[in-house]
Ligand binder design. Structure first.
Ligand code: FES
Length: 109
């Protein structure tokens, strides 16, 4: 086992988790509500501002407990920020509200 906490703390300011759960049941899940497109939109927004991977990571994750058939759940850590019903079209507004229009506030919290 390696403890890489310090290494990651130096590089990473925030981690955007996008639920991609796609369950075959009567209950709503994000995977059926455009999760793949939402992940792509988040990566593109950050990449366009040179913030992708260098200071903000994006990962898919399993259920965040905010299931909806109207969009995807997103959590941004360590900001303890939680969103549901996110569509790909919502991503620019969401990320701009968290990080600033040009991702200039990535390291503010
Ligand atoms: S399936 Fe995405 S939050 Fe539950």
């Amino acid at each position: 086992m390696k403890n890489r906490t310090e290494e990651h703390r130096e590089r990473l300011e925030a981690h955007v988790f996008v639920c991609a759960t796609d369950r075959d049941s009567e209950h709503a899940s994000c995977g059926g509500a455009g999760a793949d497109e939402t992940v792509a939109a988040a990566k593109a927004w950050l990449r366009d501002r040179d913030a992708f991977w260098t200071s903000v990571s994006v990962s898919t994750t399993s259920c965040l407990g905010l299931c909806s058939e109207s969009g995807t759940a997103i959590s941004i850590q360590p900001r303890n920020a939680w969103y549901s019903d996110v569509t790909p079209a919502d991503v620019p507004e969401l990320l701009a509200s968290e990080f600033g229009p040009d991702a200039e506030h990535v390291g503010d919290r």
